[in-house]
Design a protein around this ligand. Sequence first.
Ligand code: AMP
Length: 563
Amino acid sequence: MTVSPASSGPIIGIDLGTTNSLIAVWRNEKAELIPNVLGEVLTPSVVSVDEDGQVLVGRAAKSRLTTHPAQTTAAFKRFMGTEKVIRLGSQSFSAPELSALVLKSLRADAESYLGEPISDAVISVPAYFNDEQRKHTRFAAELAGLNVTRLINEPTAAAMAYGLHEQAMERSLIFDLGGGTFDVTVLEYDLPLIEVHASTGDNMLGGEDFTAVLMVACLKDWELERDDLSPKEQARLWDRLEQMKHKLSSGTQTLDWTVRDQEQHWVLDDARAEKIWQPLLKRLRQPIEQAMRDSRLQPRDLDSVVMVGGATRLNCVQQLVSTLFGKLPYRHLDPDTVVALGAAAQAACSKRDASIEELILTDVCPYTLGIASQHGEKHPDMFSPIIDRNTIIPTSRVERFWTTHPEQQQVEIKIYQGERPRASDNILIDTLEIPVSPLKDSNQWLDIRFSYDINGLLEVDVEMETGAKHSKIVDRSPAGLDEEARQQSHDRLQGLKIHPRDSLPNRTLLARIERAYSQTLGDERSQIQSWLAAFEEVLGKQNKDDILRLRNQLNDALDQAQL
Ligand code: AMP
């Protein structure tokens, strides 16, 4: 799939996050967040299939994580770029299909809010997303009927949003710790130019991991294995630990829990949490050090360190940044929404909207791209880089290679992405087979040119000593997904029943009440059961005003009870 030019309607900016997704539009000379049908700007990236086979996306689905874990899934962005099959009840989905359901829901919210059809979007991806993960994101958009006018790196989008608001910064490091990924980007503002110098990261490290290790520590203290808990109990414990993590900055947290008729108690304070999270905090350092090395800067050369992503709210993460850089992290804009706002600004720039000051953005290729080559009989699997990581894109580089013997009739060019010396330890992106007309007695050279564009499209040109030329745009369709598999995904999504948008606020409240019921006991539980009965009765009478009134009352009551 290629990136198509935009149509005439509005282009929206989408932050397709591991935990939450957001959508924004450029209107009235500024980026504006678009609320979903519940009036909220954060839509949980959670999908559930209910008893009637209807698909729920967002907050209603999130509530069902604890009550219906076998029919519900979250954090599937972590499986983008893999072949993982995720089962929801009797149905199976791939990560791009689930992401497409989130995108479809965001698109419906934007269309209802803006009152016009939407077909174009700028979608943000973690800077350190590899080629396969980017392809899967594009495919998810295609399944949701969206044309991606640009994939923008998340920290770069955040940098754009900051660039529009703050004029004073020069050299910045963007520290982006989301739910599932970690990106570090070093950039320089010389407005209207924003120049990315280095982008590194870990696409398997995020806020979810901080909750996961809390779960391990807590179960260990209780001398339990994860499998000792039912899937529902596991989901409920995860939910409680997630809440503890969020509230930790306001003081010591306690957890009381009954499992197998035994009362359990767990206490978490900053010191204990920091100890439990030490291995993760250590992992955060490595990409930072690499980004500083690659951009040839010392911490003192930076004017600011900008925090992006929900997990940067953790005290210990902020302390780590303060210690490493000797300055307080900068978080003037909301770390949850800044990426979506930047993506909308990029959408306006790509539409050449006159109301946005033209920001010129240069980005880098975060990975080294090269081919497998043979250095004599003993070294058949060497990686030969052609584009080094952190080269400014777009870029075009050429390297000369040689056939291995004079009679050779074909060369196989295996294209890899990665930083390991052995080619096969890196990620294979594509393989090109090129016919060779042998020269008389000698090996012949071939020049291999890699051209990499701003969206991450790689084009490979080969010129042989004989003058023969070959060119190929590296296949952007997700690996293992041929035309038939792609069509099957389209058909599967078409065949799904999506829960009607209008009744989503009611469905969300019902799911929330069920979740609250599962979390409480005794009198509180009876109270919640009576709310459920009252709401079901009002729903049965179908009077819109009465439904709205009671829905608001019950949502307020649940807010107050922190359920
Ligand atoms: P994002 O993908 O940027 O929405 O980040 C989501 C991650 O941020 C999740 O792992 C959340 O648990 C985490 N997060 C959100 N709020 C907080 C908070 N107040 N304290 C700690 N972590 C948080």
